[in-house]
Ligand binder design. Structure first.
Ligand SMILES: [Fe+2]
Length: 376
């Protein structure tokens, strides 16, 4: 039976990392996976006797099976019964694999060659305001052994606790703040128009859209440093969006961003940003009546514009706000070649049905090609 709504992860908020460490009684049986940029300012001074893995020592960028396997090798003989992930999407995606019983090789997990059975508790502290991964059951990694990206979605990977601490985002550079928040905005809008959306998921999507655009407007008006006043709001909005898409899914924007991330290593949020406006304009063009009208009304309200039904005007206004925060680049600037447009579009149709089935309405291969062409 599919429920309209449920959330298994317990969510809590703390004002500082040390308050969290006390409340959760971090100890020698905990494996903490994080990055030096978080460890040094917030964790080191507490002299905790947990076992630490610093992901940046295993490579940068998106998570891969090789990265995970090197960590697993270094952990041989280390006993831990709880995994604490403190980081952005990469750290969280890695940590989700470490809760699997008898995990020795991450590739086996992604290919489901081993049973996906949960053996450890998982506590997740996001340090960006984007992924919502602290409340979802999916891990995505580059499987270098197979030259592809794969997702593993299984309730065994669901975090037991999501812990929101705005302090951990204090050092997040402006660029990553914006890209991750745009990713959260896309989670909220794509899940709102998904055929799997329910009245309950839409409640979370709607509030996330409201908060994110409100913060974006304030930052556009007051400058990038102003974001520090609103970190708690943004972290909450990203979590709401995660709750919504954990249930309703995301669609074409994420699907189209996949080849750009896989082939040119464009970070997830930045890659999604490329396609967001064009996909929603096409949705409006193809099927103007339906729940997309509700999204448009929300946008009109937040952007303080009466577009009189002209979706182009509305989405141009949204695009202008996002560009004011950070400029979008044409796809060729990432190294993409024009000849790849057809291959990418075909790959998406062949391999991204998991996401495309959550589209507001189906898109054809030709339409996907046209979007790439326009953004090239
Ligand atoms: Fe995303």
């Amino acid at each position: 039976m599919v429920n309209d709504f449920d959330i298994k992860t317990k969510i809590s908020q703390f004002s500082s990392f040390s308050d969290f460490a006390d409340a959760f009684q971090l100890n020698a049986n905990d494996l903490v996976i994080t990055r030096a940029s978080i460890y040094e300012p917030f964790i080191q001074k507490l002299h905790l006797d947990c076992h630490f893995i610093l992901q940046n020592q295993y490579g940068n960028g998106e998570p891969s099976d090789e990265m995970m396997n090197r960590m697993l090798r270094d952990l041989q003989g280390v006993r831990y019964d709880r995994v604490i992930a403190i980081g952005g999407g990469t750290v969280i995606d890695i940590a989700k694999i470490f809760v699997i019983k008898d995990i020795q090789n991450a590739t086996d997990a992604f290919e489901r060659n081993i049973p996906i059975v949960k053996a450890k508790q998982l506590v997740v502290l996001p340090t960006t305001c984007g992924t919502g991964s602290e409340v979802t059951n999916i891990s995505i990694a580059e499987i270098k052994a197979r030259h592809t990206k794969m997702g593993l979605a299984d309730d065994a990977l669901l975090p037991d606790h999501a812990v929101l601490i705005p302090q951990l985002m204090e050092n997040l550079p402006f660029k990553f703040f914006v890209f991750s928040a745009i990713d959260a905005l896309i989670h909220a809008t794509e899940s709102y128009v998904s055929p799997k959306a329910t009245a309950f998921t839409r409640l979370f999507s709607k509030e996330a859209i409201h908060i994110i655009l409100d913060v974006f407007k304030a930052v556009a008006e007051n400058g990038s440093e102003f974001r520090h006043q609103r970190l708690a709001d943004m972290l909450l909005a990203a979590n709401y969006a995660g709750i919504a898409f954990g249930k309703a899914g995301v669609g074409a924007v994420h699907a189209l961003s996949y080849p750009l991330g896989a082939n040119y290593h464009v970070p997830h949020g930045e890659s999604n940003y490329q396609f967001f406006i064009e996909v929603f304009k096409l949705y409006n063009e193809k099927q103007p009546t339906g729940c997309i009208q509700e999204v448009n009304r929300m946008l009109e309200k937040e952007l303080q514009i009466d577009a009189h039904g002209d979706y182009r005007l509305l989405y141009e206004k949204l695009s202008a706000l996002l560009s004011h925060l950070i400029q979008r680049k044409p796809l060729h600037e990432y190294g993409m070649q024009r000849e790849e447009i057809a291959t990418f579009a075909n790959n998406i149709i062949v391999s991204q049905q998991r996401l495309l089935k959550n589209n507001y309405i189906p898109l054809t291969e030709e339409e996907i090609r046209k979007i790439y062409d326009r953004l090239f």
